[in-house]
Design a protein around this ligand. Structure first.
Ligand SMILES: Cc1cc2nc3c(=O)[nH]c(=O)nc-3n(C[C@H](O)[C@H](O)[C@H](O)COP(=O)(O)O)c2cc1C
Length: 273
């Protein structure tokens, strides 16, 4: 009997929504138990090794960061997920610019770990950096696409169809990370930028520290980010009193460039089925 697994890294929640939807559809169609959920957004969840069985179906979702699988998360996928012939469905989300090579990279990683691929997709979702990029997505149309992917996956299972990783759009192996640009078209260098905390607003509730996927926010330092920051925006979005923001000029210029160039277009879902 198949077990359905839903695995995701989702600091601001969109990837979780997409994976939950697809996993739920397939689980319903195959009349399995509820999916087994592994949310590997938090660091302690990435210490575990997961070994799957041949009949398992594993949905794996990550957001696109700089056109690739997030670089701090890639080692967990490469080293801690043992396929053993289980089926996998790689899924990426992206914030209306492009998913570039993230889907291809995720498919390559999973196939390389001994998974058999049943299909996958790239879903435009609200960009973590700015409200007007893919606003309101995933929406009903996206959910319909997620349902279509779920149906295709169930059909492939029934017919024994397995896809090659090279069928997933993008470079194999993945190319270099996307270099963010500012409004002047020049590279925007904000690797070291961190959110700043308005200490007058901060109530020291600690939600930001729990939300940070890098475990970088220190209660002893008035909830400032003392460790590495991947710019995921989890602490900013989850703060109940809006006490955090980025004031780094290069970051803000990149955000403005994205809004200027990708704010008004509707990108469509890409399905590999
Ligand atoms: C650090 C970072 C880099 C990103 N890079 C890209 C990108 O290259 N292309 C794109 O279209 N969206 C990009 N995005 C947007 C995310 O892919 C999008 O917001 C995603 O749906 C967030 O997933 P989550 O809600 O599950 O955290 C980036 C977001 C962050 C935080």
């Amino acid at each position: 009997m198949s077990s359905i697994w839903t695995l995701y890294f989702s600091p601001t929640g969109s990837t979780k929504t997409i994976i939950d939807t697809i996993g739920g559809v397939v689980s319903g169609m195959l009349e399995t138990e509820e999916p087994i959920v592994v949310d590997f957004t938090q660091p302690h969840m990435r210490e575990k090794k997961l070994t799957f069985a041949e009949e398992d179906i594993v949905f794996v979702g990550v957001p696109t960061y700089a056109g690739r699988v997030p670089n701090k998360i890639m080692p967990f996928i490469a080293e801690n997920l043992a396929g053993n012939g289980a089926y996998a469905v790689p899924v990426v989300t992206y914030g209306n610019r492009s998913f570039d090579d993230s889907l291809a990279e995720l498919a390559d990683l999973l196939e390389g770990n001994g998974f058999r691929l049943l299909g996958g997709g790239a879903f435009p979702c609200q960009h973590a950096f700015a409200e007007n990029l893919a606003t309101g997505r995933p929406d009903m149309m996206d959910v319909l696409q997620a349902l279509q992917l779920g149906e295709a996956v169930a059909n492939h299972l029934a017919s024994g169809t397995v896809l090659k990783a090279e069928a997933f759009p993008g470079n194999h192996p993945a190319g270099p990370y996307y270099v963010p640009k500012g409004t002047d078209g020049q590279p925007a260098k904000f690797l070291k930028a961190k959110p700043v905390t308005d200490q007058e607003k901060c109530t020291q509730c600690g939600i930001c520290a729990k939300a940070c996927p890098m475990g970088s926010i220190d209660p002893a330092e008035k909830f400032e980010a003392t460790g590495i920051c991947i710019k995921c925006q989890a602490c900013i979005k989850k703060c109940p009193v809006d006490a955090k923001h980025f004031d780094d000029e290069a970051f803000l210029s990149h955000r403005q460039m994205l809004m200027d160039n990708f704010g008004t277009i509707r990108k469509e879902v890409t399905l590999v089925i």
